[in-house]
Design a protein around this ligand. Structure first.
Ligand code: GZL
Ligand code: ZN
Length: 329
């Protein structure tokens, strides 16, 4: 499979792309299976997914698999890392060994990627980040990052709390996966929003973005605190687990203890309509189309935007009731 040098800056890339396109067309063998130079051959893409930990992840996986299809010009190799970084690194290395045209992944945590990203760069295989970001010392190690602004999501959740609930709330926080961009940034955004108020986070622990994790941590919170006013959960699934724990303790979620979460997946939106959650900030999981577009550009040697921010909405209980039927995830 032909490799092209991937420079991100405009002009240099265009001239290289033009030369590559010409050489690829001229150089492609009889089977016509040569590189993505002229853009019409199938693009082989290796995708390493975080896992299957939440409704959001299931929707994100479905969208990627439904979009990166043969008829859309892709041959997708997809792997689920069960939320383990070593599994993601292993998968990326196997795709590099296979000589795919492009790599994409959602990094389970922010750090520890420089080595494998350097290996991809040395093999001239461009890397696209989806959903979660990496903290890397060298941003030439990836071509583009497509995902939501998690700090803004946390801030929107906090702003709603400040504007709509009492000012001296006691809050418990169900954090996402330790070290992941969404957990770090949502915590930061929420903290910024409540700065200067009497809203206090009295406990904060990771539920690893799962329903079971949220339930277990919430049981612990209920055992050690009798003054909890609000749960801030970094995703719907942990919020849904908290609902189970709160009801098992004989309290009313959404009333005795308010709940604010992030994602806006179907089950979360249903709980919002049912009055068990009070507000949800959306995190759009449908990243397949942007990924397909960016992948085609990088393989064709075109320059791409380094950061594509996915727009998110937010829903109160009334707003959720209006849109629930039309939600696709
Ligand atoms: C956010 C994504 C998070 C979701 C969780 O983009 O990384 O991971 O908020 C998922 O539901 O587990
Ligand atoms: Zn960071």
């Amino acid at each position: 499979m032909k490799r092209q040098t991937f420079l991100r800056t405009g002009l240099a890339t265009l001239s290289i792309a033009a030369m590559a396109a010409m050489s690829a067309c001229a150089g492609s063998d009889s089977s016509g299976s040569e590189g993505g130079g002229s853009g019409s051959e199938t693009i082989t893409i290796g995708f390493s997914q975080v896992g299957a930990e939440s409704g959001w992840r299931a929707a994100n996986t479905k969208d990627i698999q439904d979009t990166l299809t043969e008829e859309n010009g892709f041959k997708l190799s997809f792997s689920d890392a069960q939320q383990k970084q070593e599994n993601q690194i292993q998968a990326l290395r196997s795709y590099i060994a296979q000589g795919v045209d492009v790599l994409a992944f959602s990094p389970v945590v922010e750090t520890g990627w420089d080595a494998v990203l350097q290996e991809a760069k040395s093999a001239n295989i461009p890397v696209i980040l989806t959903d979660r970001a990496v903290d890397t010392t060298d941003d030439t190690l990836f071509a583009s990052f497509i995902g939501s602004d998690f700090i803004e999501e946390g801030q929107r959740a906090g702003d709603w709390v400040v504007e709509n609930l009492d000012k001296d709330l006691k809050v418990v926080e169900l954090q996402g996966t330790t070290g992941s961009a969404p957990a770090i940034d949502r915590k930061e955004g929420f903290g910024k929003a409540i700065e200067g108020t009497d809203i206090e986070i009295i406990d904060s622990q990771t539920g690893d973005f799962t329903r079971a994790g949220g339930k277990q941590v919430m049981e612990g919170f209920l055992n050690s605190h009798d003054d909890i006013d609000l749960v801030f959960a970094h995703n719907d699934d942990m919020g849904l687990g908290a609902i189970e724990a709160i009801e098992a303790a004989g309290k009313k979620p959404g009333e005795d203890i308010k709940i604010v979460t992030i994602d806006a997946v179907k089950d979360g939106m249903q709980a919002l309509v049912d009055g068990k959650i009070n507000y949800i900030v959306e995190c759009n999981p449908l990243l397949g189309e942007d990924l397909a577009e960016i992948a085609k550009k990088v393989v064709a040697g075109e320059s791409v935007e380094k950061r594509i921010v996915v727009e998110d909405a937010a829903f109160s209980q009334d707003e959720a009731a209006e849109v629930l039927a039309d939600r696709t995830y």
